[in-house]
Design a protein around this ligand. Structure first.
Ligand code: PEP
Ligand code: MN
Length: 338
């Protein structure tokens, strides 16, 4: 349930409502808006009688929230969330109408590789560099990432190029480390329902990009984001990266329908990863253009300077020149890019 306060309501009236919510054993989540504050009621087991709050001073309206996900839902938070990254003078916002480009290799392989790709994607218009230091691989014999060394390289990339960094946290221990180094913490597809990890990400002081599980329904996806937000982190980005279907012409199927659905249901920024959806280079640019046409807030794209020698996901990685073409093509569609 959402308790909407009068424009003129002051801190005392707000505090009285919070106190009453807590008296019933529920949790109050104040949501400041442009004009007025609303207070979300969480952790109630069943429906709440609006009359419990309608008579209070400063309360304008009481709106039931029908969805199981509360903090994630647009019902609770009608305005779009804008996530801001800051580093000294530099900042980038995600979710305010201009497309943000996140690009880089699947995995950080060496300092030279990361820096060369970072300079190239920056030149093409990216503001955020992606690269895995801890890789969740299907085979235990595949390259697992450079670990801490990879995080150090990412820090160097940030220092030298001014790009912000996104990298994946594969477990609790890694999340502690990643939180120190990165600007955005990525929670991968395989961990979308790792609820303890989601809670830990919710306690982090950095934004979280949550990838949709490869077989997750929208409710499951939203509830995973709710885990993060319920711990206090409201900077969550929802990333569609393709789901498993019966097709063989691509690694996964980009669920384009999910984009307008997420927009309608949630206020959180929407990101699309065309690389993992496609699994093959020739489909990445068309999928990126399709996603951009639906008005997503950011694209997360794998780019490698030598994809044929890449230690992971080479077949789906764009050459830097292709990435530059992709960006130019999107700009030609009159889509504003950051
Ligand atoms: C990745 O971004 O390299 C990755 C492993 O992605 P996903 O979790 O979508 O498979
Ligand atoms: Mn990858």
């Amino acid at each position: 349930m959402l308790i909407v306060m009068d424009k003129s309501a002051g801190p005392e009236e707000l505090a009285a409502v919070v106190e009453r919510i807590e008296k019933y054993g529920w949790q109050a989540k104040p949501i400041p808006g442009g004009e007025r504050t609303a207070i979300g009621v969480l952790r109630n087991k069943g429906p709440i009688d609006p009359a419990l709050f309608l008579d209070m001073k400063g309360v304008r309206d009481v709106i039931p929230v029908s969805k199981p996900y509360k903090l994630v839902s647009r019902e609770m938070h009608p305005e779009d969330t804008v996530v801001e990254l800051k580093n000294g003078e530099r900042s980038v916002t995600i979710g305010d109408g201009k497309l943000v480009l996140m690009a880089g290799p699947c995995a950080v392989e060496s300092e030279g590789q990361a820096l060369e790709i970072a300079h190239a994607v920056k030149e093409a218009g990216a503001t955020i560099f992606r690269g895995g230091a801890f890789k969740p691989r299907s085979s235990p014999y595949s390259f697992q990432g450079l670990g801490i060394k990879g995080l150090e390289i990412l820090a160097k990339v940030r220092e030298e190029t001014g790009l912000f960094i996104i990298t994946e946290a594969t477990d609790h221990e890694v999340l502690d480390l990643v939180e120190e180094y990165t600007d955005i913490i990525q929670i991968g597809t395989r961990n979308m329902q790792n609820y303890r990890l989601l809670r830990r990400a919710g306690q982090a002081k950095k934004p979280v990009l949550l990838k949709r599980g490869m077989w997750a329904t929208m409710d499951e996806f939203f509830m995973a984001a709710e885990y993060i937000m319920s711990e206090g982190n409201s900077d969550v980005l929802l990333c569609e990266r393709g789901i498993r279907t019966f097709t063989r012409h691509s690694r996964n199927t980009l669920d384009i329908n999910a984009i307008p659905f997420i927009r309608a249901e949630s206020h959180l920024p929407v990101v699309v990863d065309p690389s993992h959806a496609a699994g093959r280079r020739d489909q990445v640019i068309p999928l990126a253009r399709a996603a951009a046409a639906t008005g997503v807030d950011a694209l997360l794209v794998e780019v490698h300077n030598h994809p044929e020698k890449a230690m992971s996901d080479g077949p789906q990685s764009l050459y830097p020149e292709q990435f530059a073409k992709m960006v130019a093509g999107i700009k030609d569609m009159n889509i504003p890019v950051k």
